[in-house]
Design a protein around this ligand. Structure first.
Ligand SMILES: [Zn+2]
Length: 413
């Protein structure tokens, strides 16, 4: 079996790898402007089939581009991943559709439905001649570990995963037998704070601000994090609004209750949050009320958050609670480090208090280690991280056959 790493090797973003030039796993893009794509452009890669791990931009962002020529590879995924991919592709067309750098158009997006083959977890199927099985990865609804078996070698591509429970999905428990594991390593050198403690600190901080009459802006990624924050707010009875793409994503995920840890809780959380239409200065009015607003984007790089932050920034009673990792160079990171942020091309000073909470959907170092405990005899190929090589080094010290392939590298197993 030959595995070529086309993206997400010693980096995060644009995940893609191809097996024997035939079976493609993920085909993502970065959230940069302009976005970056896997190193082999769609016209040069002609897979017989594609299997997708989950519906985040860095795993599916460039997928429709594979359908631009005459080739129509089948695309295998869970139903929620299919829906999230379609939603992200529509968003990409809205943002970049007029740019020559946009790798696909409306035609390609439409063809997704023609080639889509949905599968449930643990249901074996054939793709490009391989036996493939998806297992619940505990990252977001529909997220999967992908097991690929050519009759000789079993490869497990972990995709993004979490070993601890979140409110929206339970952690992964699947450890299928494998000879080779391609393992994500986003938080390979981090230990997360206990989730209950994070939640408690978050809700106490929000409640305090609301009692003082302030507004709390809760920037959150649309897929996974927005639903998690709505569940947290509902459980603590924090009055909240929801705004941005996360609203539609919540509605989509409610249609797939079997992929959500507690569908009734998600229904209640969706009912608990008031939806923002954004008409007639509604956002400005909300920014004057003692409520929380869960809104895209998670790193303040777009979306309605750009209306709320300027509206709440001048009053130190207000608060902005970032709910995840902030990539260097984003307005969210800038705000954390300098107390100012560039919003719509203007650098604004923020007097409102700024806090950060680690509501991660990825395993931390202990989580990665506990997962890999089941694979001591396998070859481990570390990807999807900022320090893949260092993590592979540490695994080797502990007796693993581990490596961190580089971008464009082919590994024969
Ligand atoms: Zn992800």
């Amino acid at each position: 079996m030959e595995i070529r790493f086309l993206g997400g090797a010693r980096e995060v973003g644009r995940s893609a790898l191809v097996i024997d030039d035939s079976l493609l796993l993920d085909y993502g893009s970065t959230a940069d402007a302009p976005p970056q794509f896997p190193v082999e452009p769609p016209r040069e890669i002609t897979p017989d089939a594609v299997v997708v791990s989950h519906g985040h931009l860095d795993h599916v962002g460039a997928l429709p581009a594979l359908l631009s020529g005459d080739d129509r590879p089948s695309i295998h995924w869970t139903p929620p991943t299919r829906e999230l991919t379609r939603r992200l592709a529509e968003d990409t067309l809205k943002l970049h559709g007029n740019s020559p750098q946009c790798p696909f158009g409306r035609e390609e997006l439409k063809r997704l439905d023609e080639v889509s083959v949905p599968h449930g977890y643990r249901e074996q199927f054939t793709a490009a001649g391989y036996r493939v099985t998806l297992f619940d990865a505990g990252h977001i609804p529909g997220s999967a570990h992908v097991l690929v078996d050519d009759g000789d070698t079993r490869l497990l591509y972990t995709g993004d995963f979490h070993t601890d429970d979140q409110r929206i999905v339970a952690g992964t428990t699947a450890r299928p037998d494998a000879d080779v594991v391609v393992c994500e390593s986003t938080y390979a050198d981090v230990e997360h704070e206990d989730r209950q403690t994070v939640e408690q600190r978050f809700t106490e901080s929000v409640q305090t601000t609301l009692w003082e009459g302030g507004t709390v802006v809760v920037p959150a990624f649309a897929i996974g994090r927005t639903q998690e924050m709505l569940l947290v707010c509902a459980a603590a009875d924090v009055p909240c609004y929801v705004d941005g793409m996360g609203t539609e994503v919540t509605a989509t995920l409610r249609q797939y209750p079997e992929y959500v840890r507690d569908p009734d809780a998600l229904d209640r959380a969706a009912g608990h949050a008031r939806e923002v239409t954004g008409r007639d200065g509604q956002r400005e009015r909300i920014a004057d009320q003692p409520v929380a607003v869960v809104t895209t984007s998670g790193m303040l790089s777009g979306g309605p958050a750009m209306t709320y932050v300027p509206a709440v920034r001048a009053n130190p009673t207000n608060k902005i609670t970032l709910t995840g990792y902030q990539v260097a160079g984003t307005p969210g990171r800038e705000l954390l480090e300098t107390g100012s942020a560039e919003i719509d091309g203007r650098v604004v000073r923020v007097s409102a208090r700024v806090e950060q909470y680690g509501f991660s959907a990825h395993a931390d170092e202990s989580g990665l280690r506990s997962f890999l405990d089941a694979y001591e005899d396998a070859t481990v190929l570390v990807n999807h991280g900022d320090s893949c090589a260092q993590f592979a080094d540490r695994l080797r010290v502990d007796g693993y056959d581990a490596a961190a392939p580089e971008l464009g590298e082919t590994v024969t197993v």
